[in-house]
Design a protein around this ligand. Structure first.
Ligand SMILES: C[S@@+](CC[C@H](N)C(=O)[O-])C[C@H]1O[C@@H](n2cnc3c(N)ncnc32)[C@H](O)[C@@H]1O
Ligand code: SF4
Length: 397
């Protein structure tokens, strides 16, 4: 069983966007006349009052306001929200506090207010700096707005800024994707998230796929892009995440290291180790903002809840930890899942034989081949639990 509580993060979901991008399957909704911000912030506070018993007096080490488009919220609303969090939970003095922003939705005075409210990290969704690519993605901003948003972020005092970029865009070329990286690097961000565009079910791009580059072109983009980022001093520490030394995203790293997180807001997920009860719980809040707001602070706000079985724990741990370039220590597996490492032995031997995993005395990590065939690697850990090892699985609602 788990002996100590893992690090704890807080995720807050702010679900509105000016319009819905055709590739996006996040729980986000086109905003009506205006964002119902006071109503939503009140609902988040009720949710927090209700949910905080799950974490008692545990300390929050990172907080992430994601979306949707959090920068549609005023500085005043973010201040009220963060004051509420600090009044209800213990947040460490050096907690990483990130807010996602879309270029064009956040003006200078908002960034300053976010900074004053306690935000210390910005994540800017640039996606590309090329006008025709941004148009093909249905984005409302151009490269100039992205550069301007970055400049305003710096001016407001953010010394830790991430830029989200995507590659493998409709009719994209290797040169074009590298050109985007160069534009981002010219801004000298602390962190870059460089995602391959994926066609997600239930999106317009999935139903009517645009012409995307083939796998050889994608492989070349990755090879050249990674080389360029390394040369620029970025460490490639997770499939899509690159950071300057010491500036990896603590919040996301906690997900990948299978830490705990409490999720507030429409559709937000939590994973909490109730280690005294020998249980690891997963919970999701209602996805529709109006249903969430109406039920916030009551059991009706919870859409599903269940305890993770041993098989779930193995699979979920691997799905997260094998994304990290360095992989994980054997100790971390036991600390986070409460399971002995021996439960992995058959899968570890197979994965080694197939050249997908490197197993050192302390550390386990995917090989280059394992990262390329990550789904095949993960399949090996899809096991039925041994007799007597499986904690009960509780109801879903
Ligand atoms: C929560 S999303 C959105 C943040 C912000 N609303 C925006 O769009 O700029 C975080 C990031 O996921 C990436 N993303 C979203 N959908 C994607 C997809 N289908 N394929 C690859 N990356 C995607 C984008 O880079 C995006 O900035
Ligand atoms: S702005 Fe971001 S969250 Fe909103 S629809 Fe577009 S990609 Fe999704």
């Amino acid at each position: 069983m788990i002996e100590t509580a893992p690090p704890l993060s807080l995720y807050i979901h702010l679900p509105w966007c000016v319009r819905k991008c055709p590739y996006c399957d996040f729980n986000s909704f086109r905003v009506g006349a205006s964002v119902p911000e006071s109503e939503y912030i009140r609902a988040l506070q009720s949710d927090l009052n209700y949910s905080r018993s799950l974490v008692d007096d545990r300390v929050i080490q990172s907080l992430f306001m994601g979306g949707g488009t959090p920068s549609l919220f005023s500085g005043e609303a973010i201040r009220t929200l963060l004051d509420g969090v600090r009044g209800s939970l213990k947040v460490t003095d050096d907690a990483e506090i990130t807010l996602e922003a879309n270029p064009g939705t956040a003006e200078a005075h908002r960034f300053e207010a976010y900074r004053k409210a306690g935000g210390n990290r910005l994540s800017l969704g640039a996606q590309s700096f090329r006008a025709e690519k941004l148009a093909s993605l249905g984005r409302m901003h151009g490269g100039r707005e992205a550069r301007e948003a970055f400049r305003l972020g710096r001016q407001a005092g953010f010394d830790n800024i991430n830029i989200d970029l995507m590659y493998g865009l409709p009719e994209d070329t290797v040169e074009g994707s590298i050109e985007d990286l160069e534009q981002a690097l010219a801004l000298a961000p602390e962190h870059l998230s460089w995602y391959q565009l994926t066609l997600e079910p239930n999106t317009p791009f999935f139903r009517h796929p645009p012409p995307l580059p083939d796998e050889n072109i994608i492989a070349e983009m990755e090879q050249r892009g990674r080389g360029r980022l390394r040369e620029a001093g970025f460490q490639h520490y997770e499939i899509s995440a690159y950071a300057r030394p010491g500036l990896q995203c603590r919040h996301n790293r906690n997900y990948w290291e299978f830490g705990d997180y409490l999720g507030l807001g429409a559709g937000a997920h939590s994973k909490i180790s109730l280690y005294e009860k020998r249980v690891i719980l997963r919970q999701a809040k209602r996805r529709q903002p109006s249903a969430y707001v109406n039920a916030a602070g009551t059991p009706g706000s919870i859409e599903s809840q269940y305890e993770l079985t041993a098989a779930d724990l193995i699979m979920e741990f691997m799905m997260n930890a094998l994304r990290l370039t360095q992989g994980f220590t054997k100790q971390l597996f036991t600390d986070r899942t409460g399971l002995p490492l021996s439960v992995l032995n058959p899968a570890l031997s197979l994965a080694r034989q197939r050249g997908l995993l490197a197993v050192e005395p302390e550390q386990i990590q995917a090989t280059a081949r394992g990262r390329l065939f990550l789904d095949d690697l993960l399949q090996l850990f899809c096991v039925e639990p041994a007799q007597g090892m499986d904690p009960r699985r509780r109801s879903s609602r």
